[in-house]
Design a protein around this ligand. Structure first.
Ligand code: SAM
Length: 195
Protein backbone atom coordinates (compact mmCIF):
# COMPACT_ATOMS: atom_id res chain seq x y z
CA UNK A 1 0.00 0.00 0.00
CA UNK A 2 3.00 2.30 0.31
CA UNK A 3 3.89 2.19 -3.40
CA UNK A 4 3.37 5.58 -5.02
CA UNK A 5 2.61 7.34 -1.74
CA UNK A 6 4.96 9.97 -0.42
CA UNK A 7 3.66 11.30 2.86
CA UNK A 8 3.53 9.43 6.16
CA UNK A 9 0.00 10.71 6.75
CA UNK A 10 -1.10 9.14 3.44
CA UNK A 11 0.39 5.84 4.56
CA UNK A 12 -1.58 6.10 7.81
CA UNK A 13 -4.80 6.89 5.94
CA UNK A 14 -4.26 3.81 3.73
CA UNK A 15 -3.99 1.60 6.81
CA UNK A 16 -7.17 3.12 8.30
CA UNK A 17 -9.05 2.27 5.09
CA UNK A 18 -8.38 -1.40 5.74
CA UNK A 19 -9.70 -1.23 9.31
CA UNK A 20 -12.74 1.05 9.18
CA UNK A 21 -16.19 0.03 7.98
CA UNK A 22 -19.08 2.39 7.19
CA UNK A 23 -21.09 3.11 10.32
CA UNK A 24 -18.13 2.67 12.71
CA UNK A 25 -17.35 4.85 15.70
CA UNK A 26 -13.82 6.32 15.59
CA UNK A 27 -11.87 8.96 17.49
CA UNK A 28 -9.54 11.69 16.22
CA UNK A 29 -7.64 12.40 19.44
CA UNK A 30 -5.81 15.44 17.98
CA UNK A 31 -7.98 17.36 15.48
CA UNK A 32 -5.48 20.12 14.67
CA UNK A 33 -6.44 21.55 11.28
CA UNK A 34 -8.93 18.76 10.61
CA UNK A 35 -7.33 16.81 7.76
CA UNK A 36 -7.43 13.52 9.67
CA UNK A 37 -10.98 14.22 10.89
CA UNK A 38 -12.06 14.76 7.28
CA UNK A 39 -10.39 11.51 6.18
CA UNK A 40 -12.13 9.65 9.01
CA UNK A 41 -15.50 11.19 8.18
CA UNK A 42 -15.15 10.03 4.58
CA UNK A 43 -14.41 6.46 5.69
CA UNK A 44 -17.11 6.21 8.35
CA UNK A 45 -20.14 8.14 7.08
CA UNK A 46 -22.68 6.46 4.83
CA UNK A 47 -25.79 7.78 3.09
CA UNK A 48 -28.08 6.88 5.99
CA UNK A 49 -26.07 9.06 8.38
CA UNK A 50 -24.64 6.20 10.44
CA UNK A 51 -21.13 6.37 11.85
CA UNK A 52 -19.54 8.64 14.41
CA UNK A 53 -16.28 10.57 14.54
CA UNK A 54 -15.41 12.07 17.92
CA UNK A 55 -12.84 14.78 17.30
CA UNK A 56 -10.99 16.32 20.21
CA UNK A 57 -8.36 18.98 20.79
CA UNK A 58 -7.36 21.17 23.72
CA UNK A 59 -7.33 24.31 21.54
CA UNK A 60 -10.47 26.10 20.38
CA UNK A 61 -8.48 27.35 17.37
CA UNK A 62 -7.95 23.75 16.23
CA UNK A 63 -11.64 22.89 16.61
CA UNK A 64 -12.59 26.04 14.65
CA UNK A 65 -10.11 25.15 11.87
CA UNK A 66 -11.48 21.59 11.74
CA UNK A 67 -15.05 22.84 11.63
CA UNK A 68 -14.20 25.25 8.79
CA UNK A 69 -12.47 22.50 6.79
CA UNK A 70 -15.42 20.14 7.16
CA UNK A 71 -17.81 22.89 6.11
CA UNK A 72 -16.07 23.43 2.78
CA UNK A 73 -15.12 19.78 2.14
CA UNK A 74 -17.95 17.54 3.33
CA UNK A 75 -21.67 17.31 2.58
CA UNK A 76 -23.96 18.51 5.35
CA UNK A 77 -25.57 15.12 6.08
CA UNK A 78 -22.12 13.52 6.44
CA UNK A 79 -20.72 16.38 8.57
CA UNK A 80 -23.33 15.55 11.19
CA UNK A 81 -21.49 12.38 12.20
CA UNK A 82 -18.59 14.49 13.56
CA UNK A 83 -18.76 15.60 17.18
CA UNK A 84 -16.04 18.11 18.04
CA UNK A 85 -15.02 18.43 21.67
CA UNK A 86 -12.61 20.72 23.52
CA UNK A 87 -11.07 17.98 25.62
CA UNK A 88 -7.72 16.49 26.58
CA UNK A 89 -7.49 13.10 24.88
CA UNK A 90 -6.60 11.45 28.19
CA UNK A 91 -10.28 12.08 29.09
CA UNK A 92 -11.73 10.32 26.03
CA UNK A 93 -13.62 7.87 28.25
CA UNK A 94 -15.72 10.79 29.52
CA UNK A 95 -17.42 10.87 26.11
CA UNK A 96 -17.15 7.23 25.02
CA UNK A 97 -18.65 5.43 27.95
CA UNK A 98 -19.12 2.05 26.29
CA UNK A 99 -15.84 0.13 26.46
CA UNK A 100 -14.96 -1.90 23.35
CA UNK A 101 -17.04 0.20 20.97
CA UNK A 102 -14.48 2.18 18.95
CA UNK A 103 -12.78 0.77 15.82
CA UNK A 104 -9.96 3.31 15.45
CA UNK A 105 -8.28 5.94 17.61
CA UNK A 106 -5.98 8.31 15.75
CA UNK A 107 -3.24 10.48 17.23
CA UNK A 108 -1.25 13.02 15.22
CA UNK A 109 1.04 14.42 17.89
CA UNK A 110 3.00 17.65 18.34
CA UNK A 111 1.74 21.21 17.83
CA UNK A 112 -0.93 22.80 15.66
CA UNK A 113 0.63 23.61 12.25
CA UNK A 114 0.31 27.38 11.82
CA UNK A 115 -0.56 27.78 15.51
CA UNK A 116 1.25 28.23 18.84
CA UNK A 117 4.23 25.86 18.87
CA UNK A 118 4.37 26.06 22.68
CA UNK A 119 1.06 24.17 22.95
CA UNK A 120 1.85 20.59 22.10
CA UNK A 121 1.20 17.01 23.15
CA UNK A 122 3.08 15.81 26.26
CA UNK A 123 4.30 12.26 26.99
CA UNK A 124 2.33 12.01 30.28
CA UNK A 125 -1.09 12.82 28.82
CA UNK A 126 -0.27 10.99 25.59
CA UNK A 127 0.43 7.79 27.56
CA UNK A 128 -2.74 8.19 29.62
CA UNK A 129 -4.66 8.69 26.36
CA UNK A 130 -3.10 5.58 24.80
CA UNK A 131 -4.20 3.54 27.81
CA UNK A 132 -7.72 4.98 27.55
CA UNK A 133 -7.73 4.23 23.81
CA UNK A 134 -6.82 0.63 24.56
CA UNK A 135 -9.88 0.37 26.82
CA UNK A 136 -12.43 1.85 24.39
CA UNK A 137 -11.15 -0.10 21.38
CA UNK A 138 -13.11 -3.02 19.94
CA UNK A 139 -11.35 -6.29 19.23
CA UNK A 140 -9.89 -5.95 15.70
CA UNK A 141 -9.48 -2.20 16.20
CA UNK A 142 -6.41 0.00 15.80
CA UNK A 143 -4.59 2.83 17.57
CA UNK A 144 -2.66 4.86 14.98
CA UNK A 145 -0.02 7.28 16.31
CA UNK A 146 1.93 9.72 14.15
CA UNK A 147 4.94 11.00 16.10
CA UNK A 148 7.13 13.95 15.10
CA UNK A 149 10.73 13.91 16.29
CA UNK A 150 11.99 17.19 14.79
CA UNK A 151 10.86 19.47 17.65
CA UNK A 152 12.22 19.62 21.23
CA UNK A 153 10.67 16.81 23.28
CA UNK A 154 9.56 14.87 20.20
CA UNK A 155 12.14 12.09 20.64
CA UNK A 156 11.22 11.68 24.32
CA UNK A 157 7.57 11.37 23.36
CA UNK A 158 8.46 8.74 20.74
CA UNK A 159 10.44 6.79 23.33
CA UNK A 160 7.60 6.72 25.83
CA UNK A 161 5.15 5.58 23.13
CA UNK A 162 7.58 2.89 22.00
CA UNK A 163 7.93 1.77 25.62
CA UNK A 164 4.15 1.53 25.91
CA UNK A 165 3.71 -0.30 22.58
CA UNK A 166 6.59 -2.72 23.22
CA UNK A 167 5.24 -3.70 26.64
CA UNK A 168 1.78 -4.78 25.45
CA UNK A 169 1.06 -8.51 25.81
CA UNK A 170 1.42 -10.28 22.48
CA UNK A 171 -1.66 -12.44 23.13
CA UNK A 172 -3.91 -9.37 22.88
CA UNK A 173 -1.93 -6.77 20.90
CA UNK A 174 0.34 -6.45 17.85
CA UNK A 175 2.39 -3.25 17.62
CA UNK A 176 4.43 -1.98 14.68
CA UNK A 177 6.74 0.92 13.92
CA UNK A 178 7.05 2.50 10.47
CA UNK A 179 9.78 5.06 9.90
CA UNK A 180 11.31 6.79 6.89
CA UNK A 181 14.75 5.36 6.13
CA UNK A 182 15.74 8.20 3.82
CA UNK A 183 14.57 10.98 6.17
CA UNK A 184 15.72 10.24 9.74
CA UNK A 185 13.88 13.25 11.20
CA UNK A 186 10.66 12.35 9.37
CA UNK A 187 7.50 11.36 11.25
CA UNK A 188 7.27 7.89 12.76
CA UNK A 189 4.04 5.92 12.54
CA UNK A 190 3.24 3.55 15.41
CA UNK A 191 0.40 1.10 14.75
CA UNK A 192 -1.12 -0.81 17.66
CA UNK A 193 -3.67 -3.49 16.70
CA UNK A 194 -6.01 -5.02 19.27
CA UNK A 195 -6.41 -8.73 18.55
N1 SAM B 1 -4.58 15.75 12.98
C1 SAM B 1 -4.30 17.13 12.68
C2 SAM B 1 -4.57 17.44 11.23
O1 SAM B 1 -4.93 16.55 10.44
O2 SAM B 1 -4.43 18.62 10.87
C3 SAM B 1 -2.94 17.58 13.16
C4 SAM B 1 -2.77 17.53 14.65
S1 SAM B 1 -1.56 18.62 15.32
C5 SAM B 1 -0.05 17.94 14.73
C6 SAM B 1 -1.56 18.24 17.03
C7 SAM B 1 -2.76 18.78 17.80
O3 SAM B 1 -2.79 18.14 19.08
C8 SAM B 1 -2.73 20.28 18.08
O4 SAM B 1 -3.83 20.90 17.48
C9 SAM B 1 -2.79 20.36 19.61
O5 SAM B 1 -3.58 21.43 20.09
C10 SAM B 1 -3.40 19.04 19.97
N2 SAM B 1 -3.17 18.61 21.37
C11 SAM B 1 -2.10 18.84 22.14
N3 SAM B 1 -2.25 18.27 23.35
C12 SAM B 1 -3.47 17.66 23.34
C13 SAM B 1 -4.20 16.91 24.30
N4 SAM B 1 -3.70 16.67 25.51
N5 SAM B 1 -5.42 16.45 23.96
C14 SAM B 1 -5.94 16.70 22.71
N6 SAM B 1 -5.28 17.40 21.76
C15 SAM B 1 -4.06 17.88 22.07
Amino acid sequence: FITGRKKATEVAHSVWKNIIQKGDTVIDATCGNGYDTLALLTLVADESGRGCVYGMDIQQEALDNTSALLEISAEENKRKVVKLLKLCHSKMEDIVQNGNSVRLVVFNLGYLPGGDKAILTMPGTTLAALQAAGRVLVSGGLISVMVYVGHPGGRDELESIQGFASGLPVESWASFKLEMLNRPTGPVLILIFKK
